[in-house]
Design a protein around this ligand. Structure first.
Ligand SMILES: [Zn+2]
Length: 290
């Protein structure tokens, strides 16, 4: 069922697990994600970027998610990933999203606060959850290397600033930069646990969000999910899995031009990856407790 995030995040915060947030842009990805969550009896976040909304159309994409959420036996949160403007956030809220992210992290601190606060006021008046970001999480989908001597350390979240940011904006969850990079990165990433613990001790009630986790080892990730990290975004790995499965179809002798036979393996691959992530994040079996 389509669900609000509030009780689920409260539980994740108290019980030391994280909820997977998986990106979709079409029917197959959405089915793969929700089928895996159903199988694992786990709450799940299905999220769409602005690019995905542009690709599929907001009404089409949100209708697919809502329909599949309605058929699921587990809670499904519909979330906007990296909303860059109040306008996008508003349109998503009107389309039935139960959660939005406003990302103004590239703007100066005061401006980030002002814009985020505006979205928080609009969203909260409608019962919608808001995630924001502080300390830019660098990179983008497909990034391979950092340039100009940049390392994740150049962009880490400052704990004192995080406290000020949360208090001034009233956001519900905070995406923090603690060592991860968006996209497929060729170097090894690792979580700065000391910094993560500092942030969570300064903001004990705020669920934290991890973006760009695809470069982390499974151990690192599992350990992070036992902290106040309550949401982990997964996008790149789903794309890679989908692409590989479709490519394998073409690489093998095939005798069909049926789109269902081409895309079906992609959907199955996504389902397998999501199921595995849910186990890593520790949320399997927690769907029945709300
Ligand atoms: Zn992100």
């Amino acid at each position: 069922m389509l669900s609000k995030p509030h009780a689920i995040f409260a539980d994740a915060l108290a019980s030391d697990f994280a909820i997977g947030a998986f990106n979709t842009s079409n029917m197959e990805l959405t089915q793969g994600i929700i089928r895996a969550a159903d199988r694992q009896k786990s709450p799940v976040i299905v999220q769409t970027s602005e690019g995905a909304i542009e690709y599929a159309g907001l009404q089409v994409l949100s209708s697919i998610i809502k329909t599949l959420a309605g058929q699921a036996s587990v809670p499904v949160i519909m979330h906007l990933d990296h909303g860059k403007s109040l306008d996008t956030a508003k349109r998503c809220i009107e389309a039935g999203y139960t959660s939005v992210m406003i990302d103004q992290s590239t703007l100066p601190f005061e401006q980030n606060i002002k814009n985020t606060k505006e979205v928080v006021e609009y969203a909260h008046a409608r019962g919608v959850w808001v995630e924001a970001e502080l300390g830019a999480i660098i990179g983008n989908e497909g990034v391979k290397d950092l340039h100009g001597g940049q390392t994740p350390d150049s962009f880490l979240t400052d704990p004192e600033q995080a406290k000020q940011f949360v208090e001034s904006t009233g956001v519900d969850a905070l995406a923090v930069s603690v060592g991860t990079i968006h996209g497929a990165f060729s170097g090894q990433e690792y979580i700065r646990f000391e910094l993560l613990h500092e942030i969570q001790s300064i903001l004990p009630q705020v669920p934290l969000v991890l973006h760009g986790a695809s470069g982390l080892s499974s151990d690192n990730l599992t350990q992070a999910c036992k902290t106040h990290v309550c949401k982990v975004n997964v996008d790149t790995e789903l794309r890679i899995g989908f692409e590989r499965a479709v490519k394998a179809y073409f690489d093998n002798a095939h005798d069909s031009y049926d789109p269902r036979k081409i895309l079906g393996p992609g959907r199955d691959a996504v389902e397998a990856i999501v199921a595995e992530k849910i186990t890593l994040f520790g949320s399997a079996g927690t769907a029945g407790i709300y």
